[in-house]
Design a protein around this ligand. Structure first.
Ligand code: NAI
Ligand code: MG
Length: 359
């Protein structure tokens, strides 16, 4: 391993996280051998419910020092509600990473793949291929507010949306930079400035200011209600969709849902300045209902590896992994049960490696 090896903190977590992460690593090892890049994988057992049962906390006190110096975190899934309540496991691990490592971009590709039926009629691979860029640290998900006169007729509940110039501009800049690297060079902003009359006009204003710095990028905006409808009726319209925390949360589930199974969807929680490691994970959770059977779909984890490669400055490796995923999904014999096949998690992961080495 050379000095230029990417240092990756690997956290498998719970349930099928422990089954799909090894397949992601298998693919990363293979692509490294093809592309001449290299990785150093450091495995951590915290951020899991087993760790909690042994130590009474999801993570050690010095977790930040242990993984804060890595180039990225390759994460499986956390949660095992039978033994640890979900709010304890999630807030004690994943949410800490996102906040403490200032992962202010939540990035989700929305791409219709071969072999994956879309719930939208008459859509074929190539028709849907865009990104949802969600602001991940402020906006509607603030902790400013409170409740007064509880349990009385005068009960008042307030929760404030917080938008900062720094916070809005940095997520917009990320979206425009991403669009700049893509063929269609198109940014769509999710707004609701007709109803939310203070913060959303501000958001629109910052979008206009940012768009002025990127004259080659086409920029449009839709109110969130009709935008949600367009995701379903015209998914081909979109290239990069940028949204505040709440709107992005909704769109980043709706988008991938329009392209099929949760088993293949990836996500990045990104600190673009690289002051802290970014975290790459499948969208799905620990799937207790199928854990331990070796039948989980590893594609979401493998696609997350491709997102990580892009972030690490290995676009060729990322493209090879994505091509291999598409080649495997097109072949019924390598599909896992959620896609109507009989392949095991390992069969599918190995098939991606074979496609990668052949491609
Ligand atoms: P889930 O995503 O784990 O499972 C939902 C359904 O999708 C289940 O029927 C499952 O079998 C299926 N599924 C999920 N991933 C699959 C895969 N790769 N291949 C085939 N089928 C797959 O969501 P659920 O059941 O709501 O949550 C289970 C646990 O995971 C909870 O503790 C929850 O808090 C946690 N969770 C963690 C996340 C994370 O680590 N980022 C995200 C979502 C949930
Ligand atoms: Mg969500």
């Amino acid at each position: 391993i050379g000095d230029n090896a990417h240092r990756i903190a690997v956290i498998a977590g719970d349930g099928i996280g422990k089954e799909v992460v090894p397949e992601g690593l298998r693919v990363l090892e293979a692509v490294a051998s093809r592309c001449g890049c290299s990785f150093r994988f450091d495995h951590f057992d915290f951020a899991s419910c087993d760790y909690y049962l042994q130590h009474g906390a999801m993570m050690p006190a010095d977790w930040k020092a242990q993984i804060g110096g890595h180039d990225a975190i390759f994460f499986g899934a956390v949660g095992w509600p039978a033994t640890v309540p979900d709010h304890v496991s999630l807030w004690g691990s994943l949410i800490q990473f996102r906040r403490e490592f200032d992962q202010y971009v939540n990035l989700r590709p929305v791409k219709l793949m071969p072999g994956v039926p879309s719930p939208l009629a008459n859509r074929k691979p190539g028709d849907i291929d865009f990104y949802v860029v969600r602001e991940n640290t402020e906006g509607e998900y603030s902790s400013i507010g409170g409740r007064i006169f509880p349990d009385t007729d005068r009960e008042v509940v307030v929760q404030e949306t917080v938008m900062t110039r720094i916070g809005v501009d940095r997520i917009l800049k990320y979206a425009f930079d991403l669009a700049q690297r893509r063929d269609r060079k198109h940014v769509t902003s999710a707004t609701k400035s007709n109803g939310i009359s203070i913060t959303m006009p501000y958001w629109d204003e910052r979008v206009e200011a940012m768009a002025a710095l990127y004259p080659e990028i086409r920029c449009d905006k839709y109110h969130i209600d009709i935008l949600a409808a367009h995701f379903v009726q015209h998914p081909d319209w979109f290239d990069v969709v940028v949204a505040s925390n709440l709107f992005g949360d909704i769109l980043s589930d709706l988008g991938p849902a329009c392209t099929g199974t949760i088993g293949i969807a990836p996500a990045g929680n990104i600190n673009p300045e690289r002051r802290f490691p970014s975290l790459f994970e499948p969208v799905h959770g620990s799937a207790p209902d199928i854990a331990g059977q070796g039948i989980a779909n590893p594609i979401g984890q493998i696609w997350s590896a491709a997102l990580m490669l892009d972030h690490l400055g290995e676009p060729r490796a990322a493209a090879l992994v994505l091509d291999a995923i598409e080649a495997v999904l097109a072949r019924p014999e390598y599909r896992t049960r959620d896609l109507g096949g009989t392949a095991s998690t390992e069969d599918c992961g190995k098939a991606v490696v074979d496609a990668l080495m052949a491609g």
